[in-house]
Write a protein that binds this ligand. Structure first.
Ligand code: FES
Ligand SMILES: [Fe+2]
Length: 381
């Protein structure tokens, strides 16, 4: 196998790209546009399957302002509805609250819903003309799973998510077999795109994370296809490790989609990194996985959920070391993202360019947001 790293052509438009204006990260009206153009039109990660209610239980969540009720029927089927009573729009339960039972009762006037969302009883409603309980079920929202993560879509009739062959190529990484070892969520003072851009480039790593810099042994190619950006650690030097040699293949080449299952003696170096538009970021390694997803609260406030998963055979000391290492890197990213947001909040534009190789992931983010907002993807904002 030729292990000389091959150059991947520059994506169209990146050489003339300019950075987005500060207002796109700081302005409330712009944020409202993005809620409609992005967050109401895409599949959104809302959690790990472990976060979902047990049979006969429910849980209220909000993602990008959309109130959602996750309900699992007693037979085990998970469903998602708007957390909105069909009478006069009261939430059936408060955000973050969980409950269980045979039925859900609205706290306002006690309309009663079955766990499949159908209206069982409209207490004291009298005889509104043409009223039929069958027409007043809870409104469903789209629900889907990919790997161990749960997604919702504001449009219940949306086509199922298709994250394409780049995401499918990580199938060999044993994400579902791993144990949850870290579970956290924090509100952060930056726009959601600031973190998505940060995650989607490695250009900053030698400077922000010098302790994990591998730029003299690996590069970090990136390829985008549809909703997915795929990056991976690619060895620059000859290697005898099977997993690392596999990582020298390019997406679509023979055997490339087996990278996740390739045997390796240095698992932590054989990583693949996915940005799934618009709110999920996943690292996969043979022995660990890290997932982050975001819930935007406002132009400059975002809840960042993090989960770290470790192989069941990992001992407690190595798990603790992984948690500490990831936390250090994450907090370094949080600090630089917070600082960048201060510039955006000041209304100052960088009028910058993008590094044509190292910032293809940033271009991926910018293209998606421009496309969603109806802008020409090949021009600056
Ligand atoms: S708003 Fe739910 S019963 Fe009235
Ligand atoms: Fe980083």
């Amino acid at each position: 196998m030729d292990i000389t790293p091959r150059r991947i052509p520059d994506p169209d438009g990146i050489r003339t790209a300019r950075t987005l204006p500060a207002s796109w990260y700081a302005d409330a009206a712009h944020f409202a546009r993005e809620l409609q153009a992005v967050w109401r039109r895409e599949w959104l990660c809302v959690g790990d399957q472990l976060d979902m209610p047990a049979p006969g239980a429910w849980k209220a969540i909000v993602v990008a302002g959309l109130p959602v009720l996750m309900v699992r029927g007693r037979e085990g089927v998970l469903r998602a509805f708007l957390n909105v009573c069909r009478h006069r729009a009261a939430p059936l339960c408060e955000t973050g609250d969980e409950g269980h039972g045979a039925a859900l009762s609205c706290p306002y006037h006690a309309w009663l819903y079955r766990l499949d969302g159908s209206l069982a009883r409209a207490h004291g409603v009298g005889e509104p003309e043409g009223f039929d309980t069958a027409d007043f079920s809870l409104k469903p929202v789209g629900l889907a799973m990919w790997r161990r993560w749960v997604f919702v879509h504001a449009d219940a009739d949306a086509a199922p998510p298709d994250f394409g062959p780049l995401a499918a190529a990580t199938q060999g990484y044993p994400v579902e077999d791993m144990q949850l070892v870290l579970h956290e969520a924090h509100e952060r003072p930056f726009n959601w795109k600031v973190l998505l851009e940060n995650y989607s480039e490695n250009y900053h790593t030698p400077f922000v994370h010098p302790e994990i810099d591998t730029s003299n042994t690996h590069d970090y190619p990136m390829v985008a296809d549809g909703l997915t950006l795929y990056a991976w650690d690619r060895p620059l030097c000859p290697t005898t490790d099977a997993g690392e040699r596999m990582a020298t293949l390019l997406p679509g080449e023979d055997g490339w989609d087996e990278i996740g299952a390739a045997p390796t003696s240095i698992p932590y170096d054989v990583g693949s990194y996915l940005t799934i538009w618009p709110n999920l970021m996943v690292n996969v390694f043979p022995d660990a996985s890290l997932a982050m997803w975001m819930d935007p609260l406002s132009a400059n406030r975002t809840v960042v959920h993090r989960r770290l998963y470790a192989h069941p055979s990992a001992d407690a000391a190595s798990v603790d070391a992984q948690i500490d290492a990831h936390r250090l890197v994450h907090l370094q990213d949080i600090d630089i993202c917070t600082a960048v947001q201060r510039t955006h909040d000041a209304g100052v534009d960088a009028d910058g360019v993008l590094a044509t190789v190292e910032e293809r992931g940033v271009w991926f983010v910018h293209q998606h947001v421009r496309r969603a907002l109806g802008r020409d993807v090949d021009t600056s904002a």
